[in-house]
Write a protein that binds this ligand. Sequence first.
Ligand code: IPM
Ligand code: MN
Length: 331
Amino acid sequence: MLEAAAARFGFKLDWHSFNWSCETYLASGAMMPSDGLNHLRSFDAIYLGAVGRPDVPDHISLWGLLIPIRRTFRQYVNLRPVRLLDGIETPLKNRKPADIDFTIVRENNEGEYSNIGGRIYEGTSEETVVQQTVFTRTGVDRVLRFAFNLARSRRKHLTSATKSNGIIHTMPFWDERFRILSAEYPDIRTDQYHIDILTAHFVRHPDWFDIVVGSNLFGDILSDLGPAVAGSIGMAPSANLNPEKEYPSMFEPVHGSAPDISGKGIANPIGQIWSGALMLRHLGAFAAADAVEDAIAKTLAESAVRTPDIGGSSSTNELGEAIAQRVRRPT
Ligand code: IPM
Ligand code: MN
């Protein structure tokens, strides 16, 4: 898809593939070589496929590859657009594409995803486990600022996901920084909801949202729920951004490796393809990015080619090929 876009718009993508995966782990004992991150450092962008395999523990496959990449390269924004596309059915009653069009800005480097903690008295009845959530002012402010700025380029409405009624140290701090920074963005309408009722509002009132900003865990949960109300997790893209471009950013679908359908050739390719469009935009290939997104939208709106998750019987390749043709020859 990306090659098709590059050919049409007259630029070249210089790909280097790294076979870092659960298979690599099973063969070598590591998801990537010990100097793997150094290999990645000099690239402009990283295009990642979903990682995970039932016979490899998740904490090994994810903390051995994805999470170190997000952190080492300060990809502190995880940007996850949610859109109901024409021709896709939402499980919500009477909702049209205009009702579901928002973007989740997930904090991607700290928060609840922390490796600070431990276990004592293991195996005894006093077994005790502690895991620390880490919120830094730098970390909170930079993701909030990104969200405020993004809201400026959209409908100027920013919602914050919180839980300051139950989590009494980190979440009031998050709210405080949100309030303080909002004074610098008087043109942005703000609101905030506790994460529990916010999930209900995603289902009942998806039209209330423009940009939604949340901590690492809350953003993670919202970014599966959002695409589910927009019709399929299989279509959701994401961009792990280092906005300053000091390090490479990484582009990957929101969905996991779906071992239940592995090898059947029926996975929805759109999450991966759309993530590629986000990557093209990050690289400055704006027209190519728009063309790929356009091709996705038109294929779904004007043809019956669909994978089973969105109500069709086409294969991954058939849907991919249908989109690629529109990238090559716009209609
Ligand atoms: C995601 C995924 C990851 C996350 C997992 C695989 C560690 O669910 O990108 O949303 O929680 O960040
Ligand atoms: Mn997730």
